[in-house]
Structure formats: C-alpha cells, structure tokens
Design a protein. Sequence first.
Length: 277
Amino acid sequence: MTTSTTSPVILLGAQRCGTTAFAYAMNLAFHDAGGHFTVNGKLPYLLHRWLTRQDLADRHLRTDEILHALDRRPPDGAGADGWRARVEKSLRNAAREVAEGAAGDDPIALARRILAESNEGLTRWGDKYNEYLLHLPWLDAALPDARYVMLVRHPLEAARSMLRWTGDRPWLPETEAAALAKWTAWNRHWVDFAPQVPQERRLVIEYQALCRGEETARLEEFTGMSLRPYLAGLTPRQPAAAPDTGLPLPTAAVWEALRDSAAAPGTVPVLTTTTQR
C-alpha cells in the first residue's frame, strides 16, 4: 500500500492531545518505509523565529541559535541522528551563502530549501511539534504542498492532562480555567486556518477515536501508507470526558467545530453563532 511522495505530513495538535504518542507511531511507520518522521523536530518553528528578511539583509543566518535549540531538547525517533546531520549541513551551507550575499532576500524561500535539503533522498517525510499550531500561515507558505493531520482531544481531557504534567515547563497553566483557555487559543488557530487548505491536504482526527482504531483506514488513505500495526498500541491513559460536560462558551464553540469536522471528513470547522458569544 505504501507509495512514495515528497509531500510532507505535518502532525498538528495542542499540548496534551496525544500527538507525541501518535508521532512515535508515525516515526516507525515512515522509517520502515524508507522515510523519516521527526518527533518534535521543530526546525520550521526555529526557522520562522531565526530566519528573517532583516537577517538576510545583514548577511547573518542564525545557525548557531538554531542548532543550539535543536540540541537543548533534541528531536526524537528512529533516524533522528541522520536527520540532525542533514539539518546541520544544510544550515552551514546556507549560512555561508547568506554571508556572501548569495542566498537572496526571501526568508521563506531559503527556509523551504533548508527543509527540503534536510529530508533529501527520503521516500517521504513528516514532523510533529505542538507549536506549529501558532505559525500556520508561515508554515503553509514554507511548505505549500504539506498535508496536515490535526489531532483534537476533548478540552477537559487535555486541560487535566496539562495540570498533571511534570518537569521543567514554565509555560504550564496552574488552573483548569487557564488550561481550557490555552486549549481554546491554540485550537482556534486551526479553525481559522483550515478553510484556506484544500480538502485533500487536511484531515481532522479525534483522539479517542484514534485510540479505538476507528481512524486508521482514513489515515492510511490520507498518507498512502500501511499504519495499522504501528497505531495498534495507542491507548488513552485517562478515561474519556463525558460528552455533555459543561465548558466555557468559547471553548465549547471551538470543540464543537473541531468535533464536527472530524466526524464529517472534508468539511471545514465553523464556529456557530450561538456558541461564539
């Protein structure tokens, strides 16, 4: 069933929505098919932050900063070391061209080239990083043929998972209300962005349905890959939230739009008038 393609698969989803476990499954599937799927690759995110038109005018690509960020919290998954080496080679070559004034003045064009070189020679490639949700217009300009898989999870499940999260994460909310507000803000970016993306390049998947195996066929058709053995181990760590659980109106509006677009493939998420108040 696997077919080769250079169109990347970008896995989107807010924090604590199951994207990391999903990304590891995709990583193994891509690796076995001669490709690479990076778990928390974040290279597009870093290029957006550290490759600007002013940098090109000043002839200074921030290669050191990008490589330091990649090494501080290294991307993971099978094949990550080879990917990291290709990234560094491309960044170093680009930095020399920028210093010589030979890289042009379009930061998105240079970012597109770096991303292509970092995945050169692969049958397919993809990436997951939660913060991509915050940079969708730039991401789509840099990767105009990207296919997006948007993983959505009930807001209360995600919010309560945020509050249980441990480790050095200074950006974590401290209350359920704040966690719900963060979920709403992040997922609203997809609601606003999705209508601009052709139907064949977007797929919304609901977390609990993914774990039950109900979305495997759609994912296989969308990616052109056999995924069933890789997704079989996905299980929710916490029980599903009750569907009739009360939510703040802005959160309920976004959740309804996402849930409806997941249930009806091909539709775009739409905020209803009654739930936007």
